[in-house]
Design a binder for this molecule. Structure first.
Ligand code: SF4
Ligand code: SF4
Length: 286
């Protein structure tokens, strides 16, 4: 990926940016790399192990990153949707960041795992070439082969009885240890103080047990409805492998059905949560 390294080196040498946030090799696999000198640009890589959504570092709650100066961030197509989300919601101004898009052939779900496979979201991806980019690098690889399984999983869950579905989620969410890794990895969880951390009043019990866990996950899911960009980071970050992506996908389906909206990479298209429409379906209001 010399093109990426050359571009990053040039942006740093010209002073266009003070840091390039990309991926680099680490002692335990690929990890985020913060390149601040042109001579270090050779550290940057891009391949199927680059799963991390680096847009999380542009979140306003990451003030330690902001202090590094104007950033360039390397994004895959799915990550670009998170840049659009931050712009759409007024958390970032376009001139504050240089976006370097990489043409993407898909990433692995768990690059450090014993038998990594292509991430499910990549198998039906329509945004392998990011549109929201100041620079685009790399050739477009062939699409990853395989059949997406998660839509079928969602359909299978939807077909179950309410009691079965309740039991499924009770078991899954009951395993949550409330480490908040899912929240930390999410580029669109940017509140300075999360409602889950508030204690006066305490809306959500913080200890890991069924009741608090349900309150946390329902709140998290609703806060991300119509905003989640399907980057998969929450589920990848979860140490318990809780299928958080299924919750996000279900809500994305509902938002698409009810509001005709999908979180895309055009920041000028308003999300339902921030738009008022006279024809909004509102039969749920009694
Ligand atoms: S969802 Fe698309 S853009 Fe994102 S990693 Fe997979 S193939 Fe690449
Ligand atoms: S990352 Fe997993 S275990 Fe941690 S709070 Fe989120 S769902 Fe719970």
């Amino acid at each position: 990926m010399n093109e990426l390294q050359e571009l990053a080196g040039r942006l740093l040498a010209e002073g266009t940016v003070q840091v390039v946030i990309g991926w680099g090799e680490g002692p335990r696999g690929v990890r985020p790399a913060f390149v601040r000198e042109p001579g270090e640009a050779s550290r940057l890589i891009f391949d199927e192990r680059c799963t991390q959504n680096l847009v999380a570092y542009l979140s306003p709650r990451r003030s330690h990153v902001a202090r590094l100066g104007r950033p360039a961030v390397v994004v895959k197509g799915c990550d670009a949707r998170a840049v659009a989300g931050l712009l759409r919601e007024g958390q970032l101004r376009r001139e504050e960041v240089v976006v370097i898009g990489v043409r993407c052939g898909g990433v692995l779900d768990d690059p450090a795992g014993e038998a990594p496979t292509t991430a499910d979201r990549c198998l039906d991806c329509a945004s392998r070439e990011p549109k929201l980019a100041d620079h685009l690098v790399g050739e477009l690889p062939p699409p990853p082969a395989g059949t997406a399984r998660r839509e079928a999983r969602l359909d299978e869950l939807a077909a179950r009885s309410d009691a079965d579905r309740w039991a499924f989620w009770q078991e899954e969410l009951g395993r949550c240890v409330r480490c908040q890794a899912c929240r930390q990895a999410c580029p669109l969880c940017f509140c300075e103080r999360c409602v889950a951390d508030k204690t006066e009043p305490q809306w959500i019990e913080s200890s890991p047990h069924g009741r608090g866990n349900f309150a946390w996950h329902v709140t998290r899911a609703l806060h991300l409805a119509g905003r989640c960009t399907d980057c998969g980071e929450c589920q990848r970050a979860c140490p318990l492998d809780i299928p958080l992506g299924l919750i996000n996908l279900r809500l994305a389906r509902v938002v698409a059905e009810r509001f005709g909206y999908q979180a895309g990479d055009d920041p000028t298209v308003p999300a339902p949560i921030g738009a008022y429409r006279l024809d909004d379906p509102q039969e749920f209001i009694l």
